[in-house]
Ligand binder design. Sequence first.
Ligand code: GTQ
Ligand code: FE2
Length: 357
Amino acid sequence: MTITQHGHEQKKLNKLYAEFDTMGLIPLWTIRDNLMPMSPRPQALPHLWRWADVLPLAERSGKLVPAGRGCTRRAIALSNPGLPGLPYATPTLWAAVHYLAPRETAPAHRHSQTAFRFVVEGESVWTNVDGDAVAMRRGDLLLAPSWTYHEHHNATDRPMIWLDGLDIPLVNGLDADFFEFGLDTLSTCETPERSRGERLWGHPGLRPIGQADRPSSPLTAYRWEHTDAALRAQLEMETEDVPSAVIEPGHAGVRFSNPTTGKDSLVTIRTEMHRLREGTRTAPVKTVGSAVWQVFEGTGVATVGDRRFEISKGDLFVVPSWYELVLEAGGDIDLFRFSDEPVYEALGLADTYRGGA
Ligand code: GTQ
Ligand code: FE2
């Protein structure tokens, strides 16, 4: 081809691309690498939020910012540096630190987004889920499934802080957001030891006859004493020569499950508690989908991709999709984890790779 011919072709090509653009068309051959990469390329980045940094800011908000109708919830979201300006921990998950001052009420509302609370510190707030008052104490996991009314009330003279996890980014990305305000006045002022959900569903292995399956767990409170006992038993059994009781040597884990189906406690969010015996180093794991971890107790090191985080009580970190995670226990360490894996499983996109230790 002569140079003039080549120039002529190039001109025609440029004209073609310009016309694609004006017609709202994009040719695949110009974008394939980014459109369909060989493996996930998340925009979200591994990141650590230290409890020692977050807590004082939550406390200052408690003094300066009222909860209630205007502000609705005094929740402070983790914003992933790879998703700048967005209040999202990962592309699918919202994680926030929620502060409720003494005697304060966060009024009732409901939304299509699914929520849970995990309590790292404090007690005596209760959250009311569809008219069922549920006490919140350290180590407890409390659920507010999609479209359930929920309100929070602090009946004490001490402030309380907990972790909120929701599927806000996912639901927003799917254009499935619905929201309604409830009554401004508290629906109940009683704080029973055990919620109705626990009285009906909180007996291991015993399903009340006549209750249908539900997509999300009707047991809306998982108490620390049970979680702790389950993890302790796994590690004890391991030392008693039942190695299959644990995930891997020195690493126990439980998944909070829906007693009607045995599946995840929530339709869109996986919730788990992990315990590593002192000195344990986990095999590297890669998972499709993203996760947020919070240290409940203890110290250690979390390596996410090439980032190394020294972690201690309350610290929160993010593992984006297909990033390798290795956990090392300083002393014994307990970690709460939540992820979007149930969504990937429902879509046939779930995958986990566990390397050698
Ligand atoms: O407690 O109802 O962190 O609706 C974000 C949205 C908490 C809640 C959040 C919410 C709530
Ligand atoms: Fe809410």
